[in-house]
Design a protein. Structure first.
Length: 348
C-alpha cells in the first residue's frame, strides 16, 4: 500500500486502470524487445599475413555453406537484394496500410459481412489448402479477382507476419459518425454501451478493445481523429475482423463527444486507478459511455472532468495493474453482467 501511495504522489491525479501495466506488457508498443549487441576485439594490423588470409577464406567458405543450407547456392548479394526489395515493399505499404486485411479469419469476416474488397492476394503454393480453397470459392462468387504472389510480398504488407497466406486489398475504412453510434444504441430506455478511447495509440490494444466491445454487444467505439490508433491492417488482424461489425467514429474532440452522449441519455464513466469506488459498485446499469485512457497518460484532465463517475478494477495480486485492453475487456463484461437480463428482454 505504501508503494501505491508513493506512485500516486509521483503521477498526479489523472491516469487509468491500465496505465503502468501496459507499459510492462509485451503487447504494447513501448515494450519492443531490445536485441543485445556485442563488440568484438579489433584485429591488430600486424596480423595481415597468410594465416589471416587463410582464416578469411575459411570464413567466406563457411558463410557460403550457410547460405546454401538456407536455400541453395544463392550469393550474399542476392540475399541483400531480397532484403532491400522487401524493405522497399514495406515502406510503400505502410503509407496505405489501412487498405489491407490480412489473415484467413478476417478475410472470412470480410466476405460474410459484404465488406467491399478490391482484390485478393494469396501466397504461391497455398491454393490447395482447404481453408484457402473455401475463401477462393467465396471470393469468386462475389467477383473478386485473385492474384498469386510471392510470400515475401505478403510479408511486406503484413503487420505481424501472420497473414496466413492471404491478404485482401480493400478501400479506405468507412468510419461512422457519432450520430450513427447513438442511433445504433436504440431508444433512450434501452441499455447500451459505447467505448470511448482517449488517445489509445497502440494498434494491438485498439484492436483488442474493439473485439471485446463487439463481443458484449456495444453500440460502437469512439476515438479521436488525431494522436490515436486507427483502423489499419494490424487492427483488422488483432480485432479478428470485429472492426467490420462495429461502428467506429473518429471525432475532433472527445470531451464534446461525451457531452453529446450525455444528451442521448448516457452516463459517462472513466476508468482510472485513482478512482475511489470499484467497478462492482459503479452505476453500470443502462446506457454507459466507458472512457479508457491512453497507455502512458491515462484519461486527460478535461475528459476526466466530463465524466459523471470514475471506477477501477479491484486487485489482490502484486502486479500493479492491467493494460488498457485487458482492463477494457473486464469492464465491458461487467457492463454486460449488469444488463444481460434487460438485453435478453429486448431481444425477445
Amino acid at each position: 500500500m505504501a508503494e501505491k501511495k508513493r506512485m500516486k504522489q509521483r503521477n498526479g491525479t489523472s491516469g487509468d486502470a491500465a496505465r503502468r501495466g501496459t507499459e510492462r506488457s509485451g503487447a504494447t508498443r513501448g515494450m519492443q524487445s531490445r536485441g543485445a549487441t556485442s563488440a568484438g576485439r579489433p584485429a591488430h594490423s600486424g596480423q595481415k599475413n597468410r594465416t589471416g588470409q587463410r582464416g578469411a577464406a575459411a570464413r567466406r567458405q563457411g558463410n557460403e555453406s550457410q547460405a546454401k543450407s538456407r536455400g541453395g547456392s544463392r550469393s550474399h548479394a542476392a540475399y541483400a537484394r531480397d532484403a532491400q526489395a522487401s524493405a522497399s515493399l514495406r515502406r510503400d505499404v505502410h503509407a496505405v496500410e489501412g487498405n489491407y486485411i490480412e489473415g484467413r479469419r478476417a478475410a472470412f469476416e470480410a466476405l460474410r459481412t459484404g465488406f467491399p474488397i478490391k482484390r485478393a492476394l494469396i501466397a504461391q503454393g497455398v491454393e490447395n489448402d482447404p481453408a484457402v480453397r473455401d475463401l477462393l470459392a467465396g471470393l469468386g462468387e462475389v467477383g473478386v479477382s485473385v492474384k498469386s504472389v510471392a510470400r515475401a510480398q505478403l510479408d511486406a504488407i503484413s503487420s505481424h507476419g501472420a497473414h496466413q497466406g492471404i491478404v485482401l486489398e480493400v478501400g479506405k475504412f468507412p468510419y461512422a459518425d457519432l450520430a450513427d453510434i447513438i442511433a445504433a444504441a436504440g431508444p433512450a430506455d434501452r441499455p447500451a454501451l459505447v467505448v470511448v478511447l482517449d488517445h489509445v495509440t497502440d494498434a494491438g490494444n485498439f484492436g483488442a478493445i474493439v473485439r471485446s466491445a463487439e463481443v458484449v454487444g456495444a453500440a460502437g467505439v469512439v476515438i479521436p481523429n488525431k494522436r490515436s490508433a486507427e483502423v489499419t491492417v494490424a487492427t483488422y488482424k488483432t480485432s479478428a475482423g470485429a472492426v467490420m461489425h462495429l461502428p467506429i467514429a473518429q471525432v475532433p474532440n472527445i470531451a464534446r463527444a461525451l457531452e453529446d452522449l450525455k444528451s442521448a441519455g448516457f452516463w459517462v464513466g472513466g476508468a482510472t486507478e485513482h478512482a475511489e469506488g470499484m467497478c462492482w459498485d459503479a452505476p453500470f446499469e443502462g446506457r454507459v459511455a466507458l472512457v479508457m485512457g491512453s497507455e502512458g497518460d491515462g484519461i486527460s484532465r478535461l475528459v476526466l472532468d466530463t465524466c459523471d463517475f470514475t471506477t477501477k478494477l479491484p486487485q489482490r495480486g502484486a502486479t500493479e495493474s492491467l493494460n488498457v485492453a485487458q482492463a477494457a475487456t473486464a469492464l465491458c463484461f461487467e457492463w454486460l453482467r449488469r444488463n444481460h437480463t434487460a438485453l435478453d428482454r429486448v431481444g425477445e
